[in-house]
Design a protein around this ligand. Structure first.
Ligand code: G4P
Length: 531
């Protein structure tokens, strides 16, 4: 069922239609950061920062703003970057590429309307790409693919297309075709424009203009490319004509087909036509399901949105927590009153902000597709719906079940800072926290990936000035216990009884076997993987 949308102004409709909100997914090292930086440079969002200061500081300007990120060379937090491109307002949601951060990425993908998948031409589909793809495809998000690092020796392009189709189960429509590879890489042939884009190993500013030809069999191509490269190109294009997949906008929009672009982010090669296609084909905000499965129209007059991310200490000088809201319908305006559905409370949006790395700017209004940061005095949680006017509730955002557990031990006496830090990092969704029922009430952290423990220690130190250490515990699963009052549990000694902050009972199991044993022994009790 669709909730009808009342008439909205033409200018509002135009604002929605020019929004493009997307996320980049990739395996670490495929080139996501480089593609992000180059896209921003292209869009003029960071003015020649890289050219003047070099890559490291360029990164600092954009999204890798935490020390720990720089140390590890991975992007841990997801930042939303906004820029204008060919008349569109583009929001790029940066997703962490490391395998340990899938939960954060999952939440970010809930806020995106489409996805760009970056693949290393030498490696093809890697594990993390596949996992993230599965999350994106569950939401049927349209996907463009950028096959990166074409300047280096890579795999056969047909082989890569075949792998995308086989492993990911979507059809793959090439939009351009590489001419040669590695040392003999000469450029790409743009299949839509019938144009050769040359790759030249010379200064960027001296690049040759693309040459339009009548087709891959245009005799002029021999002069331009040499006979061997022309023949290879001709062969590839004939193969595509006979057996390849043609781009189909509807299939792309429905998530059944990915449009594939070959290029090299580092050398800016093929970026322009890729970004043109992004603004041309990627969808603007569309219908979105509410918690009851009704479709909500972005053109609905009343504002609604949901919190998909909370980040503490964005700016060490402010020491505040920012809740990132994806606007889904209507116009968010500064100072407006909204309802937080979880708390059933009114909240005034006094300083809605747009973020760019560490910098922030207060905004007057925002439209569907936009991501707005709200300074969070503990009044927003991940998954909260905010609305004005007619009520709407978006689906809750589930936690992934934790697989690693550790006791967080304070190593000095800064108790207050310790408590604040634990509470705030928990609120960010970085970890789940429970406390043993018997004995000392120290926090036990549950995380999806073990690397998170290092990050928690480092952030406690840097952001709260607290020295603490995670002592790994040998539990593998946590279950919330749901039972009628008075039901007694039969539990082996090695199962740890704890409670969460809401005083709900949570059991920690040392093995899957123990969990199954307890389930068998306690048939009247439900063991829930999530709260
Ligand atoms: P990620 O965010 O997906 O993890 O990848 P990132 O962009 O950091 O790129 C990983 C490495 O691949 C970087 O090299 C980057 O310079 C390189 N790279 C990205 N795109 C291309 C490309 O088109 N061609 C070539 N040849 N290399 C590319 P690094 O040495 O690990 O890092 P850095 O020292 O350059 O920062």
């Amino acid at each position: 069922m669709s909730v009808p949308a009342p008439a909205v102004s033409e200018s509002f409709r135009r604002e929605v239609e020019r929004r493009r909100t997307f996320a980049i997914i990739s395996h670490p090292d495929a080139g996501k950061t480089t593609l992000t930086e180059k896209t921003l440079l292209y869009a003029g969002a960071i003015e020649l920062a890289g050219a003047v200061k070099g890559r490291a500081s360029q990164r600092a300007v954009v999204s890798d703003w935490m020390d720990i990120e720089r140390e590890r060379g991975i992007s841990i937090t997801s930042a939303a970057l906004e820029f204008e491109l060919h008349g569109c307002r583009v929001t790029l949601l940066d997703t962490p590429g490391h395998k340990d951060f899938s939960e954060d990425t999952y939440r970010t993908l809930l806020a995106a309307d489409s996805v760009v998948m970056v693949i290393d031409a030498a490696k093809g589909i890697e594990t993390q790409t596949r996992k993230l793809f599965e999350v994106a495809s569950r939401r049927k998000l349209p996907m463009l693919t950028f096959v990166n690092k074409l300047d280096l020796p890579g795999r056969d392009p047909l082989d890569l297309l075949d792998e995308i189709e086989r492993v990911l189960g979507v059809s793959a429509a090439p939009m351009n075709w590489p001419i040669g590879t590695g040392d003999r890489f000469k450029g790409v042939f743009d299949l839509r424009r019938q144009e050769v884009l040359f790759y030249e190993r010379i200064a960027r500013s001296a690049r040759r203009a693309p040459v339009t030809v009548t087709g891959a069999d245009d005799p002029a191509l021999v002069d331009l490319l040499g006979e061997q490269a022309r023949d290879e190109l001709l062969e590839g294009v004939h193969l595509l004509e006979a057996a390849g997949t043609a781009f189909d906008l509807d299939a792309y929009r429905a998530g059944r087909q990915t449009a594939v672009f070959f290029g090299s982010a580092l050398t800016n090669f093929g970026l322009e036509s890729f970004l043109e296609a992004l603004v041309q084909y990627a969808p603007c905000p569309g219908l979105r399901e509410d918690a009851e499965g009704n479709l909500v129209d972005p053109m609905r007059q009343d504002f609604s949105g949901f919190v998909f991310k909370i980040q503490a200490n964005m700016n060490p000088r402010h020491r505040d927590r920012v809740a990132f809201v994806r606007v889904c319908t209507g116009t968010l305006t500064k100072d407006m009153q909204v309802v937080n559905t979880r708390l059933q409370q009114n909240v005034r949006l006094s300083r809605p902000s747009r973020f760019f790395g560490r910098d922030r700017e207060t905004i007057e209004e925002a439209f569907p597709g936009d991501v707005v940061g709200l300074v969070n005095p503990g009044r927003f949680g991940i998954g909260d719906t905010l609305y004005a006017g007619q009520p709407v509730v978006y689906p809750p955002i589930p936690h992934f079940p934790a697989e690693h557990f550790g006791a967080l031990r304070l190593q000095d006496v800064r108790f207050k800072q310790f408590d604040d830090g634990v509470r705030q990092l928990e609120e960010e969704g970085l970890m789940q926290v429970v406390f043993p029922i018997h004995g000392a009430r120290y926090p036990i952290l549950g995380v999806v990936g073990a690397l998170q423990f290092d990050i928690i220690e480092a952030r406690m130190k840097e952001e709260y000035g607290v020295a603490c250490r995670v002592e790994k515990l040998s539990y593998v699963a946590a279950r919330w216990v749901e039972a009628e009052a008075g039901v007694r549990l039969t539990l082996p000694n090695n199962v740890l009884s704890t409670t969460d902050r809401q005083e709900r009972r949570v059991l920690l199991f040392p093995s899957e076997w123990d969990l199954q044993f307890c389930e068998r022994e306690n048939p009247n009790v439900r063991f829930l993987a999530m709260a």
